[in-house]
Design a protein around this ligand. Sequence first.
Ligand code: CP
Ligand code: NVA
Length: 330
Amino acid sequence: MGINIRGRSFLTLLDFTPEEIRYLLSLSADFKAKKRSGEVHKYLEGKNIVLLFEKTSTRTRCAFETAAFDLGMGVTFLDQKSSQMGKKESLRDTANVLGRMYDGIEYRGYEQKVVEDLAKYSGVPVWNGLTDDFHPTQMLADILTVQEEFGDLHHKKLVFMGDARNNVANSLMVVCSKLGMHYVACGPKSLMPKESLVKQCKAIAKETGAKIELLDDVKKATKDADVIYTDIWLSMGEDPSLWKKRISLLKPYQVNQKVMKNASPDAIFMHCLPSFHDRNTEVGEEIYQTYGLESMEVADDVFYGPQSRVFKEAENRQHTIKAVMYATLY
Ligand code: CP
Ligand code: NVA
């Protein structure tokens, strides 16, 4: 039977079967080829979408906008400053209004429940562009990048180093369990994913042949890994006063040459971005002045080194988001 996810929302990959995820990956590869060859693909002409951002973004916003333009759609961008959302109008009422004007809604914000409510009350497909819990569109780009590198995903070992209970780490654990991969959360015990999510992923892993491990020993965790992945140590929405504690907890989990040497010789480095790998950002410089760190979650020579795939991964956001919009709207 063919895969059909038309009309569905894309809130977390927990809602999708491995076959549906593979279908989205294959569609993404098709769209990437079309984009590369210059083949026009305005398959959704006449449709309009709205992008709601309660947190800042470069990649996700630009990927949604450019993908929508390529598909022939109209786009409205709204943030908290320029809309009534949250201040003068509830999310429920906003959802109701937007669902009558738009064919699809992207949302980036805080609680997962908000994106779920948007889907419930708008009546149109809603795409999660990042919440405190999950970042599912990022996952498709990440896995497409892994697939482009290694082909077969089965039992590929992906190690997430750092804040292993953040939105990106949670989502990696979900997608790796769905696709039969070997996922390792490598970080301090106090920053491990919620027990309930681990349990859910381990149950999925039993079905798919995936393996899930939570380890605080860097050497053991990264041994022979195919992918070393990290993310910033303090996510959007977290209190900046937490930097001091987070740095002391996560310093031993920085991705550096020693880590990369312990991984497989063919290993790649991945990061969802943005990244604090040098002093060329306001935060990076502030952290250097306060704590003397030149780089945080990843050393500069790994970030720009030959094993890094971070910019390819970023480009893949466009192709994969296009696939999600197409598959749910066409
Ligand atoms: N990776 C990612 O979501 O980047 P942005 O925050 O720039 O959208
Ligand atoms: N964990 C990060 C991901 C950014 C794409 C954050 O939520 O800020």
